[in-house]
Design a protein around this ligand. Structure first.
Ligand SMILES: [Zn+2]
Length: 301
């Protein structure tokens, strides 16, 4: 197991270098706004997470989305297009590459759910697996991750994974919170469905990207969960299917039940200690195999 907390903040100077480039020449600093926002975001993540290098993060070409978090932080994403060699084939009717959206850090205190997305982004760069168009959102709740201490909820104390605009939110979300969780502040669904900018942005991203599959990463239950159509995965690495239930306002409910998009929830076994490199690879391998078998035309491997 590898710890993911970074106790000190010795990392990257990317942002200050960007800002200083202009100053050295006697000019005002002039990075593009999106580059400056990416640099600031990567620097904050690099300080908080052992496993994330701010400089490597900066090289991953993240772009800010159209909305910001409650505290004004950027909500970042990156697309990885299908292999160029297969792009032509994927443009043929009926054979387009599947679109997979991968989301980490909806709960800000599940640090491994963010770190492992960065590990898999590195893996993606070298992977020769199924031809997939990825949209990757490593950190859906930046205010939660960067709070001191890191917290599950967003800056307004809302559990984003209970705030999606599911058809049963109005009738069930508050009753569930009061009756089943006994007003657990860690599971507060908000004052209204999709009341939070982070949830609104995720819903907009789903509408914009139109994924075939959503992979949502959490911790620490050490299982797989699945909602929606398609053949359910039985096992990724050591994680076995164990349906945890459907909750008012959850992403699995919104995507899998309401929108009809299969949602895999990967629950890593620890929130602050990464799985071994071997286990990270096993989960990744089995996930690609399941996607390939279920969503890549003609691929039965
Ligand atoms: Zn979670």
């Amino acid at each position: 197991m590898i710890p993911v907390f970074r106790p000190l903040a010795p990392c990257c100077l990317a942002l200050s270098l960007l800002m200083a480039q202009g100053a050295v020449r006697g000019e005002p600093p002039a990075p593009l706004p999106s580059e400056a926002r990416a640099a600031r975001w990567c620097e904050e993540l690099g300080r908080q997470l052992y496993s994330v290098s701010a400089d490597a993060c900066l090289g991953l070409d993240f772009r800010p989305g159209a909305m910001r978090s409650v505290e004004g932080r950027s909500l970042m994403r990156v697309d990885r297009l299908p292999h160029q060699a297969r792009q032509t084939a994927s443009n043929r009717p009926g054979s387009r590459a599947p679109r997979v959206m991968m989301i980490g850090g909806i709960h800000g205190d599940e640090l491994t759910s963010v770190s492992i997305v960065f590990k898999w982004l590195e893996r993606l760069a070298a992977d020769d697996g199924p031809d997939i168009h990825w949209r990757v959102i490593p950190l859906a709740n930046p205010d939660g991750l960067l709070a001191s201490p890191a917290q599950r909820m967003n800056a307004r104390g809302v559990d984003l994974n209970r705030n999606f605009d599911t058809p049963d939110w109005q009738t069930k979300a508050m009753d569930y919170w009061v009756g089943r969780t006994r007003r657990d502040p860690r599971r507060f669904p908000g004052d209204a469905a999709v009341s939070e900018p982070e949830t609104r942005w995720l819903q907009d991203e789903i509408q914009d990207f139109v994924p075939d599959v959503i992979v949502s990463i959490h911790a620490p239950y050490g299982v797989l969960d699945f909602d929606g159509p398609a053949e359910e995965p039985k096992r990724f690495g050591r994680l076995r299917l164990n349906r945890l239930g459907v909750y008012p306002g959850s992403l699995g409910n919104y995507g899998g039940v309401f929108k009809g998009v299969p949602v895999i929830t990967i629950e890593l076994p620890h929130a602050t200690r990464m799985p071994s490199a071997r286990e990270q690879e096993a989960i990744w391998h089995d996930m690609l195999k399941w996607i390939g078998q279920n969503f890549v035309p003609g691929n039965l491997s």
